[in-house]
Design a protein. Sequence first.
Length: 113
Amino acid sequence: MEVGAGKTTLAFEDWFVLRLSRTEDGESSGGAKGIVGGHSIVFHQGPVEFELAHGASYTVTHPQKGIRHFKCMLDGHFPMISFYRPGTSLRFPWITMARVFVADELRSLTRLA
């Protein structure tokens, strides 16, 4: 990989976002691996249906934790998310979405950008 081989000066998180923002031919598209920018996918978790768009930011409201902010990147049809704190540079690691949200959170899903 570029990061491990020292072929980039970017930190892993920045490289990862840049990599998912390029098409297979290396041109930036705002989409994931050849998918045109604005690409979104509808997902299901139990009875809840929700849509996520590549590069978009969202909020969800957890019954105990309150409002949580995250950014979504799609690697093909595979969603990766990173929680962040608005107004700060704090960004948590990219993780897969499996079992991260409870149904009530997904019902409160709001797209920010």
